[in-house]
Write a protein that binds this ligand. Structure first.
Ligand code: ATP
Ligand code: MG
Length: 485
């Protein structure tokens, strides 16, 4: 059974954090019980903080409730029927009241966005029934006209200490032998998302009932970055554009994320039609990744992520209420691979950041271009020696080692260049002294003609020389520009 189902809060006091907000919700509920109609309640907050759980707890206080998903257009007809029914029934006693839950109102439902917003507005206006809505994005355009009509309650991220305490309790109850430091770290890395904390705990401990610090390598430690499993889960579980787009903002190689998604499609989706469609989307994504690489136009990446994210997400008719484990043999290999890949990636980005003065995420975004440049042996050698990359690091960008022949040639060329630049310096010194000499001679002979002739000669010499220096400079900057993309 899913840990998130098993430990889904059933009472307000089981909802962790958001004390003030809970009080406000309880008094809203109390007023309805006392037949004092209340405005529509709009719970807005980040994923995994208990909004849907709260809506269900509210529902448990009413004799009847209907829960609908805002991403399904049919929801509005159903609600309008219910709302209409209530409008004609003038006397509304509390026992006749139905709670209407509209989950994820900032999610998608069809192409006509305005239609959805209008429908929600109408429901709020007409309904005499209590309504609870939930949303993720406080600044979603869709909510602009809805917010003023609602009692908005901002649900905050769950505090790390609270996540830590709950994880500890659950580990104890589940008989998981857990290192307290690992629990604390997991709590921290969940970044206020209780669902993510529980799901990660489940994935890690499902097999051996153990949680160690090293198990957490699969989760990114950076705040606000999603971990790869969460992204995959959100793509497979959600139908909300915002959620999927955000979940794909990963500090991770997007083609690896695509592999994870592809790997898990048949674990999550059950209908052959959905699986087929989802794989078609993956193949589109793959096509665009390839196109980005071959044309060096990285705007194609956007299409690729849209196909592997939204495309796969919308291939399903509805979300499955089940837990998908990422603990298959393939996933384990992937986990191992990611761990190794991550360490390698971090070493390379470290070197790039230091040399090129860019952040590590900018460095990562340069990887595909690096791959292209590394196709050329000589360029590969230049970049590798500039960044001081070792063989493993070079292998990240090209399959074959740089041929020894090329390395030798390049080293020789480097030495020659060095010698050449020394020579240029020396010859420009010689020219300068020659010019001085000539001027002296001219002064002595006082021959106007000679003088002019000599001056024009020296001018020629110095332009030639300048040209040489200029050419060298251009060559140098051409090399440098390789690293300033
Ligand atoms: N505040 C909380 N206290 C205790 N458990 C929580 C809390 N928030 C989330 N959880 C756990 O996470 C699970 C998912 O929470 P829930 O579905 O309520 O999140 P949500 O805020 O609706 O997320 P989303 O925005 O993704 O829909 C719950 O079943 C519960 O196990
Ligand atoms: Mg929810």
């Amino acid at each position: 059974m899913l840990l998130t189902d098993k430990y889904r809060p059933k009472l307000f006091k089981e909802i962790i954090g958001n004390g003030k907000q809970k009080k406000e919700i309880e008094s809203w509920l109390e007023n309805w019980k006392n037949d004092i109609p209340q405005p529509c309640l709009l719970l807005i907050g980040p994923a995994g903080t208990g909004k849907t759980s709260i809506a269900h707890i509210i529902a448990s206080h009413f004799s009847e409730f209907i829960e609908l998903n805002a991403s399904d257009k049919r929801s509005f007809d159903i609600i309008m029927n219910t709302v209409g029914e209530s409008a004609t029934t003038h006397s509304l006693y509390s026992k006749e009241r139905k709670l209407i839950i509209l989950d994820e109102v900032d999610g998608i439902h069809g192409n006509d966005d305005r239609g959805g917003t209008r429908a929600i507005g109408k429901i709020i206006k007409t309904s005499k029934h209590p309504i609870v809505m939930t949303a993720n994005d406080f600044y979603s355009k869709r909510l602009t006209s809805i917010k003023p009509k609602c009692q908005v309650i901002k649900i905050n991220k769950v505090h790390t200490n609270s996540i830590n305490a709950l994880l500890k309790k659950i580990c104890k109850e589940e008989g998981v032998v857990a290192d307290p430091i690992a629990i604390k770290e997991l709590a921290k890395r969940s970044n206020g998302d209780m669902r993510s904390a529980l799901n990660t705990l489940q994935v890690i401990t499902d097999k051996d009932k153990k949680l160690e610090l090293s198990d957490l390598d699969i989760i990114s430690s950076k705040d606000n970055t999603n971990n790869i499993f969460d992204s995959v889960r959100r793509v497979l579980k959600s139908k909300s554009i915002d959620k999927i787009k955000k979940s794909l903002m990963l500090d991770e190689d997007p083609t690896l994320v695509m592999e994870y998604i592809a790997e898990n499609i048949p674990r999550e989706y059950e209908k052959p039609k959905e699986i087929k469609k989802a794989y078609e989307m993956i193949s589109e994504a793959d096509f665009y990744f390839g196109k980005a690489r071959s044309t060096r136009n990285y705007t194609y990446w956007r299409y690729a992520t849209e196909f592997m994210g939204l495309g796969v997400a919308l291939a399903k008719d509805e979300t499955y209420k089940k837990f998908t484990r990422l603990t298959g043999s393939m996933a384990f290999t992937l986990m191992g691979r990611t761990r190794g890949k991550r360490a390698l990636r971090d070493r390379i980005t470290d070197k790039m950041s230091k040399k090129l003065h860019v952040s590590s995420s900018v460095a990562i975004s340069m990887f595909p271009e690096m791959e292209i440049m590394f196709e050329n042996d000589e360029v590969a050698y230049e970049i590798a020696s500039y960044l001081d990359l070792d063989d493993d690091e070079i292998k990240r960008f090209r399959k074959k080692k740089i041929p020894k022949k090329v390395i030798k040639l390049m080293e020789k060329r480097k030495l020659e260049e060095k010698a050449k630049s020394k020579k240029i310096k020396r010859s420009s010194f010689e020219v300068a002294t020659k010019i001085d000499d000539k001027i002296d001679v001219d002064k002595i002979t006082k021959s106007k003609n000679n003088n002019e002739e000599n001056i024009s000669k020296t001018e020629d010499l110095s332009t030639q020389n300048e040209e040489k220096i200029e050419k060298k400079k251009e060559e140098d900057s051409a090399q440098k520009s390789l690293f300033s993309f």
